[in-house]
Design a protein around this ligand. Structure first.
Ligand code: ATP
Length: 913
């Protein structure tokens, strides 16, 4: 093993023949990828085709049928053998295609869930999929990044990594770049390395990849941690229990039918086959599988709406969400942050006119009498990690890459001719304390470089040198105004430092509130002279000179207002939780209709409350401001203790506990960290609040449809049981032959049930209250429906059959067989909507279902009228008038179910939930 931690960073870089400033070239990376293979571990989550096939063939019911086929060979009843085997094959093909589709959908989701990494290649920073990393790649890390390969650090600034996945130690480890003397160090002590499977929780760094894929430390010990867990969903668990109960009940009834048959004098052989067929038809053994398929395909549909599901149960839970807690920036707003106001003690500079008239370039000059504004912008740009991107020399076309708040600062400085790369050349960064949401500020330390500088930078340096009065270093800090005032003792006024007295503090806070009240995000900037970089950087975060503040606007997303209204109608309460100023929060909350009145609870107030007090107020508060990530956890817990089902968004490292705790943790796909993503159930690929609401809607549709096909399957299966059970009581011989039962089961349970799963949303889907989780599958009248529809179908089939039988009509059995199939199709069409009539929903609005019904109809005619198949299915040519009767009586079932819905629709009718 190469002990990379004992070597210097430069040695490691030389070993991998890479220049840290340039990274690998594209052809070299491709060559290494071919040589080392993709940076992946074996994903044990995925099922191979063979495995799916094997599982299909070894399902209990298939085994039972295979035994029945073997028995029929033994009895030399080859007709039955062929027919049973054909049914097994058809069943397997159907099951296999469905499950294969579901697996493919899940595999695609898994691939998307893989983290992206930032690497330097060909001298440019680019984002690639973690699978593309090769040894020698230069990877850039910042807080929140997942480490995707083992790396040797070559740069580290306040870097910390949480290595629990490898070492079990949950406290983050401080990282550095110096080589370590001992070769035999445990992984947890190799502080100049970053390992795959761990996460960066703080700071920044650059490292060279030394091992990928299975050659990493993680690869040695673990399987892929990045995969969608295929745990059973709560609904599947309930279905399993229901299935077991039904199996027992069905077997008992089958036992009775078997005994009655024997008592009537039927042969053991025919009764055995009947019992097997009936058991196969009655036990909904395939239900959990159909549910998985539905959930997986639902997840795929959600992906089209930019919601990536990471854990399958989320699809189902989404339908039950009662509260959505959301961030502000990027989720409710566009995250197109623009600086509009610069405010110093010398007064306010409003940039709005410049932004409105971007072609007026003369207006972009900083007034000469405003050196404080220059310092404000220099500090803001230098104390941030966003990179300036210059599309051209035209200052109107500057953009920046990085955190949107910081990008806004860098762009604002650039528009006033203070370009960040030039500023950085003049004042290189020596040390930094990164931003975190608890401190709500960031600090950087710079020294003066003796270069030749462009005129705008030279003027800024001149002002700065004057302010520093000879100190060799300068520290800049930026952050929430209240947070910065906490570490400032002086204020920069008219080119001089003045003590920061209470009056001045009040004035600054009031000015900040004025801006926040207009919906702006407000950031303060401060500086301080430094003689040297202290060993403990935190100690330098004091005695700052407050420079002024920057007001930025971030317009609300236009689609959010409607999404908020939809939420309300759907019985879901949207709640904003932000680290921003209460007044900024309130303004955006009003703009997006989140509240019209009501209070804003701040983190400070929240911290003073007891748990029970918080539980009391969470029901009323819809806006929380100036909160820390730890408060999010408290808010979720308080809401949950009131029985709410909470979806919670988050992007930062510290949001992970709240995301895990929430019923649906929602991570941001664009701005979110890998840590947040890994803790989440769902990722918003567009960071948009409206996407959460779309996903909730989709979740409700899926739950609705699952309930519909359960309802359909149970009603139709029970009708077969009733027919078989009641016939002997009426003195009739067996009304259905074993193969007829198997046939009905195949054609009616297969395609039509699956087509119900893709039923479009009902009209009122977002106008009903959320489905309580754990609600009985038989709630809302489903139980009764199953009972009476099953009985009605049986009564009609048996009534007609009994009549023809008493008249010795040889086609009586074919009539019962055909009627059962047709009535089930009629029921399938009628239950497409739980309230509206089929004609309101639109006969053609689910073409898959219409196709399935038509196909089933034709197939039934084929087995009834094809002479070659008649001996197999025991059918005879059904006279046209009885065929017409079958269709007419099916219409009765259709009309009866429509009548049930009409009763439900009437004012005062039971409301389906
Ligand atoms: P939102 O809900 O708007 O996304 P948030 O909860 O993510 O907000 P934070 O990003 O934690 O809030 O910001 C909290 C406060 O910290 C902001 O109001 C701002 O004053 C300050 N702040 C934000 N970003 C930075 C940064 N990059 N550097 C310094 N201070 C910042």
């Amino acid at each position: 093993m190469n002990a990379w931690h004992t070597r210097t960073g430069d040695e490691t870089l030389r070993h991998f023949a890479v220049d840290a400033a340039l990274g690998l070239s594209k052809p070299e990376a491709a060559k290494r990828l071919a040589e080392h293979g993709p940076n992946e571990l074996v994903d044990r989550g995925a099922k191979s085709r063979w495995r799916i096939l094997w599982e299909q063939l070894t399902a209990t019911m298939v085994l039972v049928l295979l035994v029945a086929a073997a028995v029929s060979i033994f009895l030399r009843d080859y007709k039955d053998t062929i027919a049973i085997l054909a049914i097994v094959i058809l069943n397997t093909v159907l099951g296999f295609t469905q499950e294969h589709r579901a697996e493919k959908a899940l595999a695609a989701l898994r691939r998307l869930a893989q983290p992206a990494v930032r690497v330097r290649r060909n001298g440019h920073v680019q984002t690639i999929s973690a699978a593309g990393l090769v040894p020698g790649d230069i990877v850039l890390f910042e807080a929140g990044n997942a480490v995707a390969a083992d790396c040797r650090l070559v740069q580290a600034a306040s870097l910390r990594a949480q290595e629990a996945a490898l070492t079990g130690e949950s406290e983050p480890v401080e990282k550095q770049v110096e080589p370590l003397p001992a070769a035999e160090l445990p992984v947890g002590d190799r502080t100049n390395m970053l390992f795959a499977g761990t996460v960066v929780t703080y700071g920044r760094g650059e490292a060279v990849v030394v091992a990928t894929g299975t050659r990493t430390e993680l690869g040695r010990i673990a399987e892929m941690i990045q995969s969608i867990r295929a745990e059973p969903t709560p609904l599947q668990k309930r279905l399993d229990a229901l299935g077991r109960w039904l199996a027992v009940a069905a077997l008992a009834v089958v036992g009775v039918i078997f005994t009655l048959g024997l008592l009537r004098g039927e042969s053991v052989q025919i009764m055995l086959l009947t019992a097997v067929s009936l058991a196969v038809a009655a036990v909904p053994e395939g239900l959990p599988a159909v549910v998985t398929v539905t959930l997986a395909l639902g997840a795929q549909r959600m992906l089209r709406r930019k919601a990536l599901i990471r854990k399958l149960p989320a699809v189902e839970t989404l339908g039950s969400v009662t509260v959505i807690c959301t961030d502000k920036t990027g989720t409710l707003t566009e995250s197109r942050i623009t600086v509009t106001v610069l405010e110093t003690s010398a007064g306010r500079l409003d940039l709005t006119p410049h932004l409105l008239r971007p072609d007026d370039r003369t207006a972009l000059e900083v007034p000469r009498e405003r050196p404080a504004v220059t310092l404000l912008l220099v500090g803001g740009a230098l104390c941030s990690d966003a990179h300036l991107e210059r599309a051209s020399d035209d200052p109107r076309e500057y953009t920046a890459l990085g955190d949107p708040t910081e990008s806004a600062l860098v762009v604002a400085a650039a528009r006033l001719h203070l370009l960040k790369p030039e500023l950085e050349q003049a004042l290189p960064r020596m040390a930094e304390l990164p931003f975190d949401s608890d401190r709500k500020r960031m600090m950087t330390v710079h020294h003066f470089a003796a270069n030749h500088h462009p005129a705008s930078v030279a003027a800024a340096l001149h002002s700065l040198e004057h302010a520093l009065a000879g100190a060799p270093l300068v520290a800049f800090a930026k952050g929430a105004v209240d947070s910065l005032l906490g570490v400032s003792t002086r204020v920069w006024t008219e080119g001089r430092m003045e003590p920061l007295d209470d009056d001045e503090r009040t004035r600054i806070l009031a000015a900040g509130e004025r801006l926040a009240g207009q919906g702006m995000r407000v950031l303060g900037v401060a500086f301080r002279p430094l003689a040297e970089v202290p060993a403990e950087l935190e100690r330098a975060e004091a005695q700052f000179v407050f420079l002024g503040m920057v007001g930025m606007i971030d317009p609300p997303r236009p689609e959010v207002k409607e999404a908020v209204i939809t939420c309300r109608q759907a019985g879901i309460r949207p709640v904003m939780i932000t680290g921003d100023h209460p007044l900024t929060a309130l303004h955006i909350a009003r703009d997006t209709s989140l509240i019209d009145h009501g209070r804003v609870l701040t983190g400070l107030e929240l911290a003073r409350m007891s748990k029970s007090e918080l539980v009391e107020v969470v029901e009323k508060v819809s806006v929380y401001a100036r909160v820390s990530p730890s408060h999010k956890l408290e808010i979720v817990s308080a809401l949950q203790s009131r029985g709410e089902i909470v979806a919670m968004t988050g992007d930062g490292v510290n949001d992970a506990p709240a995301l895990k705790r929430a019923d649906i943790g929602v991570a941001m796909g664009v701005t979110g960290t890998d840590v947040a993503r890994e803790a989440s159930d769902m990722v918003l690929l567009d960071d948009n609040f409206a996407t959460i609401v779309a996903a909730v809607r989709e979740g409700r549709v899926i739950y609705d449809n699952i309930r519909k096909f359960i309802q359909y399957l149970m009603a139709t299966n029970s009708s077969e049981i009733w027919v078989m059970f009641l016939a002997p009581l009426l003195g009739m011989p067996l009304p259905l032959l074993p193969l007829q039962i198997l046939w009905i089961n195949l054609v009616t349970d297969g395609l039509p049930a699956l087509a119900l799963a893709v039923e479009p949303a009902e009209r009122d889907i977002m106008r009903r209250p959320p489905v309580p989780p754990g609600q009985s599958l038989f709630a809302g009248g489903v139980g009764w429906h199953v009972l009476w529809v099953g009985l009605l179908i049986a009564a009609l089939c048996l009534g007609a059959g009994h009549w023809r039988w008493t008249l010795n009509d040889p086609s009586w059995q074919t009539l019962v067989f055909t009627m059962l199939t047709f009535t089930q199709m009629a029921n399938c069409l009628a239950i497409r909507s739980r309230r509206d009539s089929l004609f309101t929903v639109g006969v053609f609005s689910n073409p898959a279902l219409l196709g399935a019904v038509a196909l089933t109809f034709v197939l039934q005619l084929v087995v009834v009228y094809t002479p070659f198949l008649q001996p197999f299915f025991g059918t005879v040519n059904l006279p046209a008038r009885w065929l017409a009767l079958s269709i007419a009586l099916s219409a009765v079932v259709f009309l009866a179910v429509e009548a049930e819905k009409w009763l439900r629709r009437r004012p005062g009718g039971t409301r389906a939930t």
